[in-house]
Design a protein around this ligand. Structure first.
Ligand SMILES: [Zn+2]
Length: 301
């Protein structure tokens, strides 16, 4: 009987997907698993966004639960080897599915999931984008578990020694569901996809002016570390890449609008070649120009 059980356990672990995750320290403030600068596919199985753990003394706070149930389980297991603590809260920085499909795992572990009020009206899809693009083996066990605490404005979580301030951006920036998480006692801010590094930011669901506006606010905050949703940079200067890209894009699109350039020509002409070598340039630069043009055209009317 015992050997049968061992066989079953072995068989089960053969079926589970291994992401080979390794965490990195953000000073002594947090530990993060940084995703690859790639689109989700059957090789990375969704490991293309960041998931972070903050030791709050008697529990961990998780910022973004990652792309799948199995990813969350692996990240959790690795962090538990360093410090065995329960997970009190999981905070979802926005509704893009590479950031929160691991929620189900943490819910099973007793955590409370927190996210934007926008989750309340989120379409629960029959099959998520993630499910369509990664291997079924890696997706196994994943469910669309939305938050049970909704942030509309500001929500403060109190721990023994410190507090965590979650702010709903409340206007469209990267999406219409962006939050940022500020932990004053640890001098750290988690910006979700308001901050990209190592790949071009995606404006598809966003608003260029709203995004710039919130980054201006974040840049003025007194913090030592800023961790984004993509990319491995975590000093305060990690904001600069996204900020400079959006400012340049906005300037070029406004210039085109002022000169009566139509949208088709703008998409072809606004190349911003200084970004040519950055991952995702070929797939999203034109789309970003188009989205910015449509927003700014309307804004400038
Ligand atoms: Zn996103």
């Amino acid at each position: 009987m015992k050997s049968l059980l061992i066989l079953i356990v072995m068989f089960h672990s053969l079926l589970a997907h291994n992401y080979s995750l390794e965490s990195k320290n953000i000073g002594s403030a947090a530990q993060c698993f940084f995703g690859l600068p790639e689109v989700m596919d059957e090789h990375n199985n969704g490991n293309m966004s960041n998931s972070c753990f903050v030791d709050m003394g008697s529990s961990y706070l998780v910022i973004d639960s990652g792309p799948t149930y199995q990813y969350a389980r692996e990240a959790y297991t690795k962090i538990q080897k360093q410090n065995k603590l329960p997970i009190s809260y999981v905070i979802d920085t926005h509704t893009h599915d590479d950031h929160w499909l691991g929620n189900g795992f943490y819910k099973e572990k007793g955590a409370t999931v927190v996210g934007s009020i926008a989750f309340k009206t989120l379409d629960i899809l029959e099959r998520t984008r993630m499910q369509k693009r990664i291997s079924q083996e890696a997706y196994k066990g994943t469910q669309q578990i939305i938050p049970s605490i909704f942030v509309d404005g500001e929500t403060i979580l109190y721990f023994e020694k410190e507090k965590v301030i979650i702010t709903n951006v409340h206007h469209k920036a990267h999406t219409n569901s962006d939050l940022f998480v500020y932990i004053p006692g640890k001098h750290i801010l988690f910006a979700g996809d308001l901050v990209f590094n190592g790949r071009l930011p995606s404006l598809r669901d966003g608003d260029i002016s709203g995004w710039i506006k919130i980054l201006e606010k974040i840049k003025k905050m007194d913090v030592e570390y800023i961790v984004g949703g993509h990319g491995e940079k975590f000093t305060k200067a990690s904001v600069d890449f996204t900020f400079d890209y959006l400012l340049t894009l906005k300037k070029e699109v406004i210039n085109a609008l002022d000169n009566g350039v139509d949208i088709g020509d703008a998409v072809n002409d606004i190349k911003m070649l200084q970004y040519k070598s950055i991952p995702f340039y070929d797939s999203i630069q034109r789309q970003n120009v188009e989205t910015a043009y449509r927003t700014l055209e309307w804004e400038n009317e």
